[in-house]
Design a binder for this molecule. Structure first.
Ligand code: MEV
Length: 316
């Protein structure tokens, strides 16, 4: 059996994080500059059913049976075998590596799941369809936090900019004019589970207030969709600023995120906001080809541990 390799990108949420968990629309795009990679090889000397897993970035080196049932890698492997109805697969080795920063809001967990599901199903001669890959990865997302919207696994599986509404069919976006984004990392680990949990508790205690914030975020995402589809790139800047304000009111920003958002605007970005679950992790800034390098530089000077310049464009 020939070895198979599969990779999957990171993702950014352009508009609508958190509100998307409550049924409002959101927009996300793949980040192709960082990727998770899974390689599956036959192990002709191993007994049938033995699957050795190596994931140095996650500190994992074990046989499948040694991993806890809830381990995301074990769930990806077992979920794939179950989807293929295979109880005794041939002996094989799975190696997972990733350049996607962990706990930074860039979808590293979903990207690892998607890469593993694809590499394994292809190795076993029955590559799964995108919809199946995404829904298996969604099941694993539930380990990271109980009520994921599904936006991360969908964006990463389809590797296209998407307009996303929870439990609705995926809508691939037409990007009329490509635009550039700087992604900058506060270096502070951000737990999606903690942040989503905090918003859920606050929503439970102040339902009307949070519902109104979710509505505002949804309206911003709808307006942003129009701008993206009509090539009104600069108009996305004030919408990003507005979305950051709404997320701050939800309580998911942090002094470090606010500091980077201000630094990006001061360096010439058209707009900036936190991206993902917040309380740390990454922020994004909308830039032109001219201002991109200076905004990235300013963000590093302001304390970002990493800055990535990416483009949001129609898939080729
Ligand atoms: C995380 O990337 C985005 C959140 O909206 C959670 C979710 O949609 O599942 C915070």
């Amino acid at each position: 059996m020939p070895a198979t390799t599969s990779t999957a990108p990171g993702k950014i949420i352009l508009f609508g994080e958190h509100a998307v968990v409550y049924g409002r629309p959101a927009i996300a795009a793949p980040v192709k500059e960082v990727r998770a990679r899974a390689v599956v090889k036959a192990n002709p000397r191993g007994p049938a059913g033995e699957i050795r897993i190596q994931a140095p970035d996650l500190g994992v080196e074990a046989e499948l049976g040694q991993l806890l049932a809830g381990d995301p890698l074990a769930r990806a492997v077992r979920g794939t075998l179950a989807a293929l109805r295979l109880s005794s697969p041939p002996a094989m080795n799975l190696r997972v590596t990733s350049t996607i920063p962990i706990a930074a809001g860039l979808g590293s967990g979903a990207a690892v799941s998607v890469a593993v599901i694809r590499a394994l199903s292809a190795f076993l001669g029955r590559p799964l369809r995108d919809e199946q890959v995404s829904s298996l990865a969604y099941e694993i997302e539930k380990i990271h936090h109980g009520s994921p919207s599904g936006i991360d696994n969908t964006t990463i599986t389809f590797e296209k900019p998407i307009f996303f509404v929870k439990s609705k069919p995926v809508q691939i976006m037409q990007v009329s004019l490509p635009f550039s984004i700087v992604i900058a990392d506060t270096g502070i680990a951000s737990s999606t589970a903690a942040s989503v949990g905090q918003v859920r508790r606050a929503w439970g205690a102040h339902k009307d207030h949070y519902e109104a914030l979710f509505d505002s975020a949804g309206a911003v995402a709808e307006a942003a969709r129009q701008c993206i589809e009509h090539g009104l790139v600069e108009s996305l800047g004030p919408l990003m600023d507005a979305n950051h304000g709404i997320l701050s009111k939800m309580g998911v920003s942090s002094p470090e995120l606010d500091h980077l958002v201000k630094a990006a605007r001061a360096a010439g970005a058209w707009g900036a906001k936190l991206s993902g679950s917040g309380q740390g992790g990454n922020m994004i800034a909308l830039v032109s080809t001219k201002t991109g390098p200076q905004v990235a530089e300013a963000l590093l000077e302001a304390g970002a541990v990493r800055a990535i310049l990416t483009q949001v464009a129609n898939p080729r």
